[in-house]
Design a protein around this ligand. Structure first.
Ligand code: T3D
Length: 262
């Protein structure tokens, strides 16, 4: 476990857990937290021992968005600040060549809601809630919320959630498709770790390329997506993982995508 004042990092069985660590403020984000988190994500990407990354929060919150105590006297405009901190973080999550799980253990508000939505997979604790809270302080949703939310729930529902800063509980989030699974609070991080370890057994190269293909397809035409699939399939097909998958099928055994080598 590496211990930092704002981000805790621990790697176990191929799974790196990065924990936002400002529990007294529900992990509200200051610049140090945002920049350190981005650096830690890149570190996890470069570490061959890491196959899956979990983002979660210490204490009872996931992330309460921008630390509002940290704003006055700032020597950056809003635009500069977003471009310096939140936007690189969100881009890093979405382009990381490993799956990122948002493990939403508690309230996710403002940019914290964006962070909760940014993961490739979103797992929620029963008591988690998401609030597009920006309009309460007369700001525009940022850090990707305007991109993520309408794609998940449709334009008008997204607008309503943003306009009224509605609280979305876990049951509603599951119905709306804001999360894939909800786990009991008591066993949440054990359940998330077990899920992540299962994901870590899957073929890492194929998942990296799948993430790339899905990311591109979200903004492409069908023709472009077909071309992209054809190009990426070559990279997947040439990789040892593919050989292992086919061999395992023929030998009627489970494939070993972690230890098998070319
Ligand atoms: O570049 C830019 O700056 C623009 C980017 C903007 C991105 C954004 O995220 S804007 C949105 C900022 N976030 C908020 O407006 C959320 C503010 N927080 C809340 O409304 C509530 O705390 C929650 C609804 C999230 C949770 O409510 P509750 O009742 O569960 O907890 P609480 O008692 O309000 O908070 C617990 C503590 O955390 C409390 O401190 P205290 O009184 O015990 O010492 C509270 O002040 C602190 N806290 C919560 N959120 C923030 C925070 N401190 C600083 N900044 C926060 N965002």
């Amino acid at each position: 476990m590496t211990q930092d004042s704002v981000i805790l990092s621990q790697t176990r069985v191929g799974v790196c857990t990065l924990t936002l660590n400002r529990p007294d403020k529900l992990n509200a984000a200051n610049d140090e937290l945002l920049l350190t988190l981005t650096t830690e994500l890149r570190r996890a990407e470069a570490d061959a021992a890491v196959r899956v990354v979990i983002l979660t929060g210490a204490g009872r919150g996931f992330c309460a968005g921008q630390d509002l105590g940290d704003v006055s006297g700032r020597d950056m405009t809003f635009t500069e600040h977003l471009n310096h901190t939140y936007n690189p973080l969100i881009r890093t999550i979405r382009t990381l060549d490993k799956p990122v799980i948002s493990a939403v253990n508690g309230v996710a508000a403002g940019a914290g809601a964006s962070l909760a939505l940014a993961g490739d997979i979103r797992l929620w604790a029963q008591s988690a809630r998401l609030i597009e809270i920006f309009s309460n302080i007369a700001l525009v949703p940022d850090s990707g919320s305007t991109w993520f939310l309408p794609r998940l729930v449709g334009y008008s529902r997204a607008f309503e959630l943003m306009a009224f800063a509605e609280r979305v509980d876990a049951e509603t989030a599951l119905k709306l498709g804001l999360c894939e699974h909800v786990f009991a609070d008591e066993t949440f991080m054990d359940d998330v770790q077990a899920y992540a370890e299962r994901l870590a057994q899957r073929p890492a190269n194929a998942l990296k390329l799948t993430k790339q293909a899905l990311g591109a397809a979200l903004t492409s035409t069908l023709d472009e997506a077909l071309d992209q699939e054809a190009a990426l399939q070559q990279l997947a097909g040439d990789h040892w993982e593919h050989q292992e998958g086919v061999t395992a099928f023929k030998e009627k055994r489970a494939p070993d995508f972690v230890r098998a080598k070319d």
